[in-house]
Design a protein around this ligand. Structure first.
Ligand SMILES: Nc1ncnc2c1ncn2[C@@H]1O[C@H](COP(=O)(O)OP(=O)(O)O)[C@@H](O)[C@H]1O
Ligand SMILES: [Mg+2]
Length: 350
C-alpha cells in the first residue's frame, strides 16, 4: 500500500482500508499477510520490511521477512520498482500494473461484442468540435478526465435546443450558455486538450429525485474464480449529478433502491443482469491483464433498467459497502483476496 496510508494504518488513525481484516481473514485461510510500502521493498535482497498485526497485544509489529510469494497491490501509482516486482511475481501480484487511461480500457472492452450494448459512446477530446459532435447525438454528455477518480473534474452538458446548453461544471452552479459561451467555457476549463474524454450521458434511474448507479465488487476468490463480492447503490446528493461518496453521494442497499425505482420489476432480475455484465467485463480485461483479480465497477441503470458500464476501478476502496451497512459484502471484499492469495500460493501458476 502507499506510504501515507501505511503510516496511518500502523499509527491507528482511521482509514478507508481496514487492514486488520487482512490478518483476521488471512489467518482463517492459513495465509500470513504483511503490510508494506514500496520503501519497505528490497528487490535486491528479495525481502520486505513491513508490519504484521499482533492480536495478543493489539498492535502492529515491524517485521523483516523474505519477499512474499503473493502480493495484493493496494497502491495506484506505478513505479519502476513495481514493474520489476510485477516481472518477478507475474500473476502472483494482483492487481498488476494496469493502464488507468479510461479511453484505453473502453477500447479494450469495445472489442467484445457481448459488452458493446452496455458501453456508453466514449471518445477523446482534442478539439471543441469533438464535444459538439457528441452533443448533437445525445441529449446529455459527460466530460471527465481520461485518468481520474472520486468524481473529480467531472462535468455535464445538456443540450436544450436552439444551440443552447446547460453546463454543469465540476464546481459551481449550472449555467445556461449559448454555443459561443460554451466554447469559451470549454477553453477556460481546458477541457479540449486531450486530457479529457466525452461520454454519452446515461439517463440514470432516480431514487427520490436523485440519480444513482451501482458499485459492484468483482474479485477472484476461492479456486481463482471470478465472483461478485457485493453490490450497492450510490445515490447522488440532492440536485447532484455525481454519485461518488466522495462527492457526498450516499450508499444504500441495492434491493431497497431498486424496488423503489422499478416497482414492477424483481430487483434480483436487474441485479443478475448487472452481475453478468460485471463478470464479463472482468473476464475481458483479464485477457489483456492476466494477473487482474480485483475491481470495483460503476454500473448505471437507465429508466428501463438496462445496465451501462460507467467505469472500472482497479483499486476499489470498498467502503461503500460498509457505509450502506452491507457488512457481509464488505467482509467479502477483504476475505476473497485472501482466498485468492491462498489459491495462488497452493497452485503452480504464474
Ligand atoms: N456517462 C454518464 N452518464 C451518467 N452519469 C455519469 C456518466 N459518467 C459519469 N457519471 C456520473 O459521474 C460519476 C463519476 O464518474 P466516473 O466515470 O465514475 O469517474 P470517477 O473515476 O471520477 O469516479 C459516476 O459515478 C456517475 O454518477
Ligand atoms: Mg467512479
Amino acid at each position: 500500500m502507499g506510504t501515507t496510508l501505511l503510516n496511518r494504518v500502523i499509527s491507528g488513525k482511521p482509514t478507508h482500508e481496514r487492514a486488520r481484516l487482512y490478518f483476521e481473514y488471512g489467518c482463517k485461510n492459513g495465509v500470513c499477510p504483511i503490510l508494506f510500502d514500496l520503501k519497505g521493498l528490497n528487490l535486491k535482497k528479495r525481502q520486505v520490511t513491513g508490519y504484521v498485526w499482533k492480536p495478543s497485544t493489539q498492535q502492529y509489529i515491524r517485521t523483516v521477512c523474505p519477499l512474499p510469494h503473493v502480493v495484493h497491490k493496494r497502491e495506484l501509482i506505478s513505479s519502476p520498482k513495481l514493474t520489476a516486482l510485477s516481472r518477478l511475481l507475474g500473476k502472483r501480484l494482483f492487481n498488476p500494473l494496469i493502464n488507468r487511461n479510461k479511453l484505453m480500457i473502453h477500447r479494450l472492452l469495445r472489442q467484445n461484442p457481448r459488452i458493446q450494448p452496455y458501453l456508453p459512446d466514449t471518445r477523446g477530446i482534442s478539439a471543441p468540435a469533438h464535444v459538439f459532435q457528441l452533443i448533437q447525438r445525445y441529449p446529455t454528455v459527460f466530460i471527465k478526465p481520461v485518468i481520474g477518480s472520486l468524481g473529480r473534474n467531472v462535468s455535464k452538458i445538456q443540450a436544450v435546443g436552439n444551440k443552447h446548453y446547460i453546463f454543469y461544471p465540476y464546481k459551481g452552479k449550472a449555467r445556461s450558455l449559448s454555443e459561443f459561451q460554451l466554447k469559451q467555457e470549454l477553453a477556460k476549463h481546458r477541457l479540449t486538450n486531450n486530457h479529457f474524454l466525452i461520454q454519452q450521458g446515461i439517463p440514470l434511474a432516480k431514487y427520490h429525485g436523485s440519480p444513482f448507479d451501482l458499485r459492484v465488487s468483482v474479485q477472484k476468490g476461492k479456486g481463482g474464480r471470478w465472483q461478485i463480492s457485493g453490490e450497492v447503490v450510490k445515490v447522488a446528493q440532492h440536485k447532484g449529478i455525481l454519485t461518488n461518496l466522495s462527492q457526498n453521494g450516499k450508499a444504500i442497499p441495492a434491493p431497497t433502491v431498486l424496488s423503489h425505482a422499478f416497482p414492477n420489476r424483481n430487483p434480483q432480475d436487474i441485479l443478475q443482469k448487472v452481475r453478468r455484465l460485471a463478470i464479463e467485463v472482468c473476464r475481458t480485461l483479464e485477457k489483456t491483464y492476466p494477473a487482474f483479480a480485483d475491481a470495483g465497477l460503476d454500473i448505471g441503470l437507465d429508466h428501463k433498467g438496462h445496465p451501462w458500464l460507467i467505469e472500472v476501478n482497479f483499486r476499489d476502496l470498498r467502503y461503500s459497502f460498509h457505509s450502506a451497512g452491507e457488512y457481509r459484502m464488505f467482509k467479502n471484499t477483504y476475505f476473497n483476496p485472501m482466498r485468492y492469495a491462498k489459491f495462488l500460493l497452493s497452485s503452480k501458476s504464474g
